[in-house]
Design a protein around this ligand. Sequence first.
Ligand code: HEC
Length: 181
Amino acid sequence: MRFLAVVGALAILVGIGAAVYLFGGFYSVAAQVEDPAVMNWALVQIRSRSIRRNAADAPPPDFQGRVAAGAKAFVQRGCPTCHGAPGMEWAKFSEGLNPSPPDLKDIAGGLEPQHIFWVVKHGIRMTGMPSFAAAGVADDEIWSIAAFVKQLPKASEGDFKAWTGQAGAAPPAPDASAPKP
Ligand code: HEC
């Protein structure tokens, strides 16, 4: 009985301590602060398992033929701002995101098409990755974007320019120092 009382009292103390720490403003939400390794590990596990469980949609039959349309949409929807693209610079501010946006050409080879589709459609909460469905992009266009992302590891700068039909110049990055209209 006495043992249980001690355990109960300790649990209450831990709860009070956590409440003071979190609601007292002691926990830092600054993006420069690195999370402890164990928390990082847990967040990555939770993210990848959640996506694996939810990403169930099959790609359309013409998936492979959508690469050029997907490259155009990738540029128009602003993905290079955070993820870069062949011959296109990432916006400087993307270095300040935590977690940092991955270089898609390094990781796309290991991602299933339905995984890419799900992430672009729904976004990833508490990261900078937006939901493009919430931003009004139709599933059809998102499948094209996923087809392009799948091809990224093999795409040269020349391919990318041909697909997008542009000189590969970066769109003007939003300028944080610009005066508000
Ligand atoms: C404002 C910045 C930003 C924009 C714009 C953005 N992303 Fe991301 N994206 C991120 C961040 C940050 C992550 C990393 C999330 C994480 O670590 O959990 C990410 C992750 C991803 C991933 C990897 C998911 C995984 O499971 O590893 C893919 C694929 C992706 N983005 C594709 C896109 C595409 C395609 C677009 C454009 C339609 C886009 N992103 C636009 C910030 C962005």
